[in-house]
Write a protein that binds this ligand. Structure first.
Ligand code: EPZ
Length: 418
């Protein structure tokens, strides 16, 4: 198990090239099973979730080869439709494999993904939508059995704009008989990326990015070569790190509109932000002000995946902030670790009340989930003195070369094996 040793209190200066979006690459891997032709996904980040997804495809019989930054997937020999419990536990979001396995094989078996560190993560919206497409679903001994010779297009309404359920419906609908109209779809940029990828394979998907997605089923799909959208959450993580530490950082690869509410909130803190095409420059000098109120919402609202990071920022701003986590039940587990560094935060259910302090001090803290871990690193970078962040396995799931990128900005951070 690795840890970071961070000597905080340094300002950050420089440029960061952002990786391809983890939350786009994962559904693109799933979509590659829809065809028996070769698919190439360019500039794929070297992160644990991608390696896990590659393992899932290999267990189905697909060939997955990493060639420099690209990944070439050939699922012509894929023969299995079963995803083991080990891999589903490791990567809960693999539940969108149901849609692509049903489209390819007419059946799918997956272990019930169950909850995780940030919440219960139910999949009722996924399963109800698949039933609308004619899929027969039964659950036995912790596994979900799905059968459907050929999904039939249908009108589907999502009660909540679930990202994963939207992706599952797109993957199940692209080769369905007839037309599917999804109302209440998630509007995240990664959904638009999946539409572009599928249409590059010959699918007919329209409307991604809005809350109505239409899919005309086609009989077969071809191969494609595709460069995914860049990771807006990684970009946001670096912008917030610079806001907290002070300095000037430019992010390349992500547009202001894909960062949604974040830039508005960072300006509210007192950061200066200039954007031009896919370049965002942030400068932060002097003490910032608390945000007063932040509510996480589906896109284009404030992203839940940046909630921990902006909470860490608010702990050292002037005044107070109420952070409301509307998407996941237990996404404040990182707070006790911030308290060890001197943060003044009180958590009540889905609300965190932050009272800004003049500064944090170094401490030994433990990451418990991906984005909470990133928040602890940000806090340690801004804290006075030495911190250790233990259990980097969570951070390694979603951030490639995290310490290298931070060091290139002037951070004193090193990875140590223990
Ligand atoms: C995706 O998860 C992301 N993961 C998450 O990023 C992100 O936090 C989340 O969307 C919200 O933006 C990937 O894309 C791989 P949801 P997903 O279905 O699809 C409830 C990260 O850190 N819900 O939009 O699982 C659910 O409980 C990860 O990169 C149901 O009730 O999210 C939650 O409260 C963490 N029933 C809310 O919807 C369902 O059937 C949002 O879930 C499905 C979801």
């Amino acid at each position: 198990m690795d840890k970071y040793i961070i000597d905080g209190g340094r300002r950050l200066f420089g440029n960061v090239k952002v990786q391809s979006a983890k939350n786009s690459v994962l559904p693109l891997f799933a979509a590659s099973v829809l065809t028996d032709k070769q698919v190439t996904i360019r500039e794929t980040p070297a992160i644990a979730d991608v390696f896990c997804m590659a393992q899932i495809l290999r267990e189905l019989g697909a060939e997955v080869s990493f060639r420099g930054g690209d990944v070439v997937i050939d699922s012509s020999d894929a023969h299995s439709h079963i995803i083991s419990s080990v891999l589903t536990k490791e990567l809960r979001s693999s539940v969108f494999m149901l849609g692509s396995l049903l489209s390819r094989f007419g059946r799918a078996v997956i272990a019930y993904p169950g909850g995780c560190d940030i919440g219960l993560r139910p999949i009722d919206l996924h399963l109800n939508a698949l039933k609308r497409l004619g899929v027969k679903i039964s659950e036995r001994d912790g596994y979900i059995y799905c059968e459907c010779e050929k999904p039939t297009g249908a009108e589907i309404v999502l009660d909540f704009p679930s990202v994963g359920a939207t992706e599952n419906i797109m993957l199940a609908g692209v080769k369905a008989e007839g037309r599917t109209v999804l109302q209440g779809a998630a509007k995240e940029p990664e959904i638009v990326d999946l539409q572009n990828f599928l249409n590059g394979m010959g699918a007919k998907v329209f409307g991604a990015g809005t809350d109505v997605i239409e899919i005309e089923g086609v009989s077969s799909l071809g191969g494609t070569i595709y460069t995914p959208v860049k990771d807006r959450i990684e970009a946001g993580t670096f912008l917030i790190a610079c806001a907290l530490c002070g300095g000037e950082v430019e992010i390349e690869g992500v547009t202001a509109e894909n960062l949604g509410m974040l830039l508005h909130k960072l300006r509210e803190n007192g950061c200066k932000i200039h954007t031009k095409n896919d370049k965002i420059r942030l400068s932060s000098y002097g003490r910032l002000k608390c945000n007063r109120r932040i509510e996480t919402m589906p896109f284009p609202g404030f992203p839940t995946d940046l909630q921990a990071q902006i909470t860490a920022l608010n702990t050292v701003c002037e005044g107070g902030a109420l952070i409301v986590e509307n998407l996941f039940e237990t996404r404040f587990k990182y707070v006790p670790e911030l308290q060890r560094m001197g943060a003044d935060i009180e958590v009540r259910g889905r609300n965190a009340f932050v009272r800004g302090v003049n500064g944090l001090h170094g401490a030994t803290v433990t990451a418990g989930d991906l984005r909470g871990g990133a928040a602890l690193v940000i806090a340690a970078l801004g804290a006075e003195g030495i911190s250790e962040v233990l259990d980097l396995s969570h951070i390694d799931r979603g951030y490639s070369a995290f310490e290298d990128k931070l060091r290139s900005l002037g951070a004193e951070i090193k990875r140590v094996r223990i």
